[in-house]
Design a protein. Sequence first.
Length: 229
Amino acid sequence: MYKFVREPLHEVAARHIRDMIVKGELAPGARLHEQSLSELIGISRTPIREAIRALAAEGLVRLLPNKGAIVHDMSVEEVLDAFRVIGVLDSLAGELAIANMTPADLADLEALHEKMKVRFEARDLFGYFKANQDIHHRLLQMAASPALERQLKSLNARVRPFRYSVNIERESWERSMRDHENIMALLRERDGPGLAQVLRDHLPSKADVVRHAFAAASGLKKPPGLRRR
């Protein structure tokens, strides 16, 4: 008999708020109002408050002394710098993952890749993004390096909205999908150096998209997740 385990309310609230931040419904620099979020999500203020603290620990939210909390904001230089560092760390994760990879691991990645491809073909950007993140998380698990995992999780949490928004442009999204087709081919071939190079360039290659989005950001027309400082 299966035992039903109810998800804690603060985790439900954190998931909702996190998704809103990633999709740009709560823009960088926006103040988080507990009462408004409570009414929107349908959860009391105490779990909302706990969720905000959890998101602050992730790096998505910034707590202000005696002033509540705001969505973490970053300048274009900070985003590009983070993308470069993530690229280097991702390349190491890829090499370690291939060194440790079992047939079952590869089968898991094939299934995740197929799920992501279906979302791409359906033009479901958020579904694609979540499947994409599952693939990178699985590679990190396979790398089996706690130190590397801590660093990448911290950096990725802060730039998650920006990683989502760079694929709003059709050409950038298609480029990401091509990269992932290449990633799977290299995994099948167990080509560690080749995979490391693709992963190193995967995010930094979006620098032109990030700069364009920041330059174009203004008023209500700013792209989700991207904001001029």
